[in-house]
Design a protein around this ligand. Structure first.
Ligand code: LMR
Length: 411
């Protein structure tokens, strides 16, 4: 029978979710999931932050709350608090009325709304992303109508660090008005961030070449345990007077992965451009999903706007960041103690949820097939998948794999 759908071809799988499914389907008792970026406790369990649970309980018994539609641009108390969290309590841009936020569908939705606005309204066509980057950046911008995807160098395999010279050279060669996607902190997948001095030089090039900086902010507070420290790059660019977008996700730092709570912070030079910009964003949202969901945004708004809850939450992000830092230390120590070929200082030099281990596909294949340790083909591991119970097993598996396959050509 003929079908209108017969020419539809199967697209490539989404690696991170396909890997997750393979992990779940694996009956092996020793299996370890170092794939998808989600926090786990030392018992390898998802963590509902106690402050989130408490807030949800009080929301559930609050009879004055209802399920009416939110405004098209979302819950104002949420986006105002999220914008302040990113730009800082004493942000000049906020004081001067040059910054605003809109609630979005997590970080992805924020990136998509930014791309829709920059593409359709400001008519930008070119965007740059780092090599490597979070695999969704390209899809989001291309689906939003950007026709010129370009890349800038970022990772230097020889040093397992930042290719700063390559990055600067590529940004210098970018055409005016290109959108430059930057990771505000805890670069995904490498865990390698520019230093404050390097950010200053990046800002010089962005200014000189009239580029548009767009920050993907998925890990504020989660990376170092300190909200202010993790916002350094964004705040520095704002102080320098850039107009910019900051795409915030609250999946990681609030553990609200499936509630799709995000915020798009926009900083402009002229406050009178905010009302027309918001009206265009309203039409873009209306045509895509009409208005955002309530639950996650209300939890976050309640926490950020209640000083005692906010302090409690800061304690939670510290707990998560510290566990990750301890796992980095533990993994490096074990790999070095075992005499694993190569150097492993990059594990502790990197920051945030992910470590770009430098392991190649052949190592990854062996880890998955022989040891049931699941990680991305690029060698990225989610540090939160390590626990005090499985870290010896994982370190030993990496040691055996690298020893067996060799390292010369891989790092
Ligand atoms: C990841 O990078 O693993 C997470 O951000 C999940 C995702 O959507 O890719």
């Amino acid at each position: 029978m003929t079908s209108r759908f017969s020419n539809v071809t199967t697209g490539p799988p989404i690696e991170v979710f396909a890997l997750n499914k393979a992990f779940l389907d694996d009956p092996n008792a020793q299996k370890v999931n170092l794939g998808v970026g989600a926090y786990r406790t030392d018992e390898c369990k998802p963590w509902v932050l106690p402050v989130v649970r408490k807030t949800e309980q009080s929301m559930a018994s609050n009879e004055s709350l209802n399920h009416e539609y939110l405004p098209v641009l979302g819950l104002d108390t949420f986006s105002t608090a999220a914008t302040r969290m990113l730009l800082g309590q004493d942000s000049k841009a906020i004081a001067e009325g040059r910054a605003f936020g809109i609630q979005t569908l997590s970080g992805t939705g924020s990136l998509r709304m930014a791309a829709e606005f920059l593409g359709r309204i400001l008519k930008y066509k070119t965007f740059y992303y780092s090599v490597p980057t979070w695999e969704n950046h390209n899809l989001i911008f291309v689906n939003a109508g950007f026709t010129e995807p370009r890349t800038y160098r970022y990772w230097k395999p020889e040093t397992r660090g930042l290719d700063f010279e390559g990055m600067i050279e590529d940004l210098r060669n970018a055409p005016e008005n290109s959108v430059i996607i930057l990771h505000a902190c805890a670069h995904n997948p490498t865990g390698v961030d520019p230093t404050p001095d390097q950010w200053k030089l990046i800002a010089d090039v962005v200014e000189e070449k009239k580029l548009f900086p767009l920050f993907d902010c998925a890990y504020q507070g989660f990376a170092s345990g300190d909200l202010e420290k993790d916002a350094f790059a964004v705040r520095y660019f704002v102080e320098r007077g850039f107009e910019l977008a900051g795409c915030q996700s609250f999946a990681k730092n609030f553990g609200l992965y499936n509630e799709r709570a995000g915020n798009l912070t926009v900083v402009v030079n002229d406050a009178s451009t905010i009302a027309p910009s918001k009206s265009q964003l309203t039409l873009l949202v209306r045509g895509m999903y009409s208005n955002p969901p309530n639950h996650g945004a209300r939890v976050i708004s309640t926490v950020l706007n209640t000083p005692e809850l906010c302090d409690e939450w800061k304690g939670c992000i510290k707990t998560m960041a510290e566990r990750i830092i301890a796992m980095r230390k533990g993994l490096r120590e074990r790999l070095e103690k075992l005499g694993t070929p190569g150097t492993w200082n990059h594990i502790t030099d990197q920051i945030g949820m992910f470590s770009y281990t430098g392991l190649q596909q052949k190592h990854v294949d062996m880890l998955v097939n022989d040891y049931h340790i699941y990680l991305l083909k690029s060698g990225r591991i989610n540090m939160c998948g390590l626990t005090s119970h499985n870290i010896d097993y994982v370190a030993n598996a990496i040691f055996e794999t690298v020893s067996k396959i060799g390292l010369e050509s891989s790092l």
